[in-house]
Write a protein that binds this ligand. Structure first.
Ligand SMILES: *Cc1c(COP(=O)(O)O)cnc(C)c1O
Length: 345
């Protein structure tokens, strides 16, 4: 296959270092990895390979399609959305993946179908997925082989009293069902401190460079750097505009490069006039005018040697780009599209 004119540089060293940091911050608890949505867009297979080699033993996906795509990795995978009727056959046949049962119906479906080991989600107040704590206490799970009893924090990225309410509700279920482990914290939940770690943590975004807790400042490394090739370099005479609606006007004759990158790749229109590219020599090259579907213009006056076919890196530090765009770090990373080559280094 011919190489794409844009690629994601993926730093396996940073991914591994982030997992080790989160593992250490998880104290005595095991540290897993959320690899749903194809590893937040960076590629679940490679993430699983790198982290399994590093010692990670628990992986989380959303759907059975995602779990089956990882079957050859031979790692333990929990399927967060549980089991539908149409998932039962592959779920019962799987040797490495198990459902996270979320509702009374799912519990019945799994039990009636003769399912083996499973995880269970308890709703401790987010009102998204999960069975009620009262149902656990009343014995709904009796006879099931529950590996991990888990819950999910509604506001882990905020310092609010409700975090402790959820933690204490989950802690109150210890001993009320025969689960081998209890799990609560996502990335930001790890940042809340050791009493949120229980037996197993489930970070996602922080593995991939997201800084979603003050506790992560300076400790989480950037994993993903988009890069794009220059399609054309041109001189824009003073007074002329660039791009759709000519939203940028040259105040002096300006050297401009057009990049093979646009909002169809997840480089969104909100970066118009706000984004930053960077030459191989580290020279900053501002995004000018409107980002189009497949093209983005940058000012290359500071880089006289950059030419058609050369590559530039695109600034994509997740917390910084979130501040610039108003988008969440999750949307930014999962929005990077399928057209990129994904190159691990
Ligand atoms: C996605 C997800 C995670 C990981 O969350 P991050 O905020 O990305 O760390 C953990 N647990 C559950 C239930 C999830 O859905």
């Amino acid at each position: 296959m011919i190489p794409a004119p844009h690629r994601l540089r993926l730093d396996s060293g940073a991914l591994i270092a982030n997992w080790r940091t989160l593992d250490a911050m998880s104290g005595g608890a095991a540290c897993g990895a959320a690899v749903k949505a194809d590893g937040y867009g960076v590629g679940a297979h490679q993430v699983v390979r790198h982290l399994a080699e590093t010692g990670c033993r628990d992986f989380f996906v959303a759907t059975w399609r995602e779990a089956l795509a990882l079957a050859d990795a031979e790692v333990a995978v929990s399927v967060l959305h549980g089991v539908r009727d149409e998932d039962m056959a592959p779920a019962l046949a799987s040797r490495s993946a198990r459902p996270v049962l979320n509702s009374v119906q799912q519990v019945r479906r799994w039990r009636d179908g003769g399912g083996g080991a499973c995880d269970v989600m308890v709703d401790t107040g987010m009102n998204r997925l999960g069975i009620r704590p009262e149902d656990v206490a009343a014995g709904l799970l009796d006879g099931l082989r529950v590996e991990t009893l888990m819950s999910h924090l509604a506001s882990a990225d905020e310092d609010v009293a409700f975090n402790a309410v959820q933690r204490d509700t989950l802690a109150g279920l210890r001993g009320r069902c025969a689960a081998r482990r209890i799990s609560l914290a996502n990335s930001a939940g790890i940042g809340l401190g050791p009493d949120y770690a229980f037996d197993l943590t489930r970070p996602g975004i922080a593995l991939y460079g997201g800084v979603v807790s003050p506790a992560f400042a300076g400790r989480i490394a950037q994993v993903v750097t988009p890069q794009a090739q220059i399609l054309q370099r041109r001189l824009v005479p003073a007074g002329q505009g660039v791009g759709y609606n000519l939203t940028w006007t040259a105040t002096a004759d300006t050297e401009v490069a057009i990049l093979n990158l646009g909002y169809a790749d997840g480089y969104l229109r909100c970066f118009s006039g706000k984004g930053l590219a960077c030459s191989a020599d580290g020279i900053a090259l501002p995004v000018i005018g409107r980002v189009s579907m497949d093209l983005t213009a940058i000012d290359v006056a500071a880089a006289p040697d950059l030419a058609e076919g050369d590559w530039v890196s695109i600034a994509y530090d997740l917390p910084a780009m979130s501040a610039v765009s108003g988008l969440s770090q999750y949307e930014l990373i999962t929005g990077l599209g399928p057209r990129f080559d994904r190159i691990w280094a």
